[in-house]
Design a binder for this molecule. Structure first.
Ligand code: PLP
Length: 395
């Protein structure tokens, strides 16, 4: 028998991976080219060549017992120095290697931070719609996730709703920019408001409130758009980064936590993170994968491939008559459902062999998420299917 706690969360979950798997079954029946599977965010753009080249080089040059042995829980010192140097150069920061902790992607980093900061019933605010796993990370570690609904027209944080979400139990705010599931890029103006409210709330409650900037999609912003670097706006910011999407290596599990000594209780937090890596059973980020960063720390996938998909999809869907919020980043498009029940809408879409994720799964009811990390031809071929779906609702 599994725990009642887990049972309750399983019963409430909408499993997007199930939709994805269903897409694979449909592909086996109707042919891959006739299924438009926009359900999950698994990158379809190849990693830059330097990733494989460096992996081979590391295997050939590093001493095997060191390479395959346990590194320090927080990661290889040379890799941490390399990441710190990269961030200092790029953002004018002053990280040193102690403030860089290598993690198994962003997912483990977020769990590690929950374990580090949360006592029972402490609260974490996040902007809704939000990445559906946040609730599991927070609640598995005994906290409570408090959604602050974004403005429904722009999908930018709404200052009033955000401010109203604070209580004396608020310990962290999770912010994800560029955003999954909406594809929004929160503007500098939005970030300044968030920072201003948080400064005020810290003073009011007399304790630090940490802003956790979850940024696996940082490099996936289109049209030359700058994604604000949050530590420059709010001192108590801890950055969570992942190479899953920017290098297209989600299976390799590598990312980091970055904090500068401006962050309140810096030494304590590092001690807490180091212990949490062990207590949660991560032990360390994969050793070989950490090492590839020595050459790939500023590499990126070809983002123009996603941008091309975004342009075709957004323009085609809005031409048909769908109401979409223009996505400026990540590889997601958030579209209004053609009926109030977004689950039902996704079911009807399946009749046209379109698979999408219902917005309710992200606390964004009345919308659907379309993950356009698929080949361009799939987007092209899906457009007549979207048209048929739209026409059904006009009758
Ligand atoms: N945060 C967001 C917003 C995501 O979309 C994802 C993955 O899709 C993650 C965190 C976890 O990514 P990973 O653990 O692969 O770095």
């Amino acid at each position: 028998m599994i725990s009642k706690r887990l049972r309750a969360s399983l019963d409430g979950a909408v499993c997007i991976r199930d939709i994805f798997e269903e897409g694979k079954k449909l592909a086996a029946i109707y042919g891959k080219e006739n299924i438009f599977n926009f359900s999950i965010g698994n990158p379809n753009v190849e990693p830059p060549a330097i990733v494989n080249e460096t992996m081979k080089e590391v295997l050939d040059t590093e001493e095997p017992l060191t390479l395959h042995g346990y590194p320090a829980n927080v990661g290889h010192p040379d890799v941490r120095r390399c990441v710190a140097g990269h961030l200092n150069k790029k953002f004018g920061m002053h990280y040193d290697e102690n403030g860089i902790i290598m993690t198994s992607g962003a997912a483990s980093a977020l769990s590690i931070l929950c374990n580090t900061f949360l006592d029972i019933d402490d609260e974490v605010i996040t902007f809704a719609p939000y990445f559906w796993e946040y609730k599991s990370y927070v609640e598995t570690l005994y906290g409570k996730l408090v959604p602050a609904l974004c403005d429904q027209k722009t999908l930018q944080p709404d200052p009033e709703t955000f401010e109203a979400a604070f209580t004396p139990k608020t310990r962290m705010v999770f912010i994800n920019n560029p955003n999954n599931p909406t594809g929004a890029v929160y503007t500098e103006e939005s970030i300044k408001k968030v920072a201003e409210i948080m400064e005020r709330k810290q003073k009011e409650y007399g304790h630090p409130i940490y802003l956790i900037s979850d940024e696996p999609y940082r490099l996936l912003a289109y049209g030359g758009l700058e994604v604000p670097y949050l530590p420059l706006y709010y001192k108590n910011t801890i950055v969570v980064y992942s190479y899953s999407k920017t290098l297209s290596i989600p299976g390799e599990r590598v990312g980091y936590i970055a904090l500068s000594d401006d962050v309140a209780d810096y030494q304590d937090i590092i001690a807490g993170i180091t212990a949490s890596i062990r207590y949660l059973g991560y032990v360390n980020a994969p050793s070989l994968q950490q090492k590839i960063l020595l050459k790939c720390v500023d590499a990126s996938v070809d983002v123009s491939i996603y941008e091309k998909n975004r342009d075709l999809l957004y323009h085609s869907l809005t031409d048909i008559g769908y109401d979409c919020i223009h996505p400026d980043g990540a590889f997601y498009l958030f579209m209004r459902s053609l009926e109030p029940d977004d689950f039902e809408f996704c079911q009807k879409a399946k009749e046209e062999r379109i698979l999408m994720a219902p917005g309710t799964a992200f606390s964004g009811p009345g919308f659907v998420r379309i993950s356009y990390c698929v080949p361009y031809e799939v987007v092209e071929r899906s457009i007549p299917a979207f048209k048929r779906l739209y026409d059904k609702y006009q009758k």
